[in-house]
Design a protein around this ligand. Sequence first.
Ligand SMILES: [Zn+2]
Length: 286
Amino acid sequence: MDIKVVRKIDVVAPLTALTFDDGPHPVFTPRALEILAKHGVNATFFFPGSRVERLGELVKQVQDAGHEIGAHGYSHKNLVSLGYGGAYEELSKAQEALKLATGRTSPYLRPPYGAYNQMVLKAAGECGFQYSVMWNVDPRDYASAPGAILQSVLKDVAPGNIILFHEVTPSTTAALDLVIKSITDRGLRLGTITELFDSLGKPELAGEPTPFRELRLRTPLMRGPDVETVQMALNGRGYDPGKLDGMYGQQTSMAVKHFQLDFDLEPTGSVTREVCGRLGVAIRKA
Ligand SMILES: [Zn+2]
């Protein structure tokens, strides 16, 4: 029973996954939680089981704040080097530690050092994991200054990508606020691995690209995934489009007008290609 390895998730929605390894940390985890809460962003945390055992209350705090928790081995050993029996033991202990601290095991494993092979995947499957979650955006935050972390993330960030952070380094927490702000300024939303998978489950978000349609207020209301994409982008940039329900109502049109005024565009309340460009979103006809 092998598990799937994912490096990115082919979402259509403007969603990017934010992940943290190696915690929890008594100082840096609470700080990260504060910053994430300020932006209303949820992330996926991969904890080594031994730290989960030692810092169970902090783990619970992460969970209660709405974040997602996966396993990062038990003692942060390279699983490939342990043989099947050793890898199985590490991974089953990791699941037990999570179960004790959070009440549930996790479908998500991030192997320490990103090291895996068929044997590791098989052992992980036997221990109840379904995905080995890798990454494709690595700012090497443990070895970089905050400014370099920001630059590196912005260079690579795109829908469906998985960003790798570590919550045990001061420069990561120092960069985090600005990283989140800059990413949302681009019209992207940050979320958990499950949020990305869930957006795939929405059939209206999948399918072949179709031509652009201009969005505007009319009766009956225009509706569809393109409307939702615009609403999420507005929301991410601090404009209030009302409910993120995929319906182009009064409040969404108002939010677009405010956005247009701020960017010296005519405040028509219609989402033209130009508005999409400024919002940093690509939309398609419903
Ligand atoms: Zn690690």
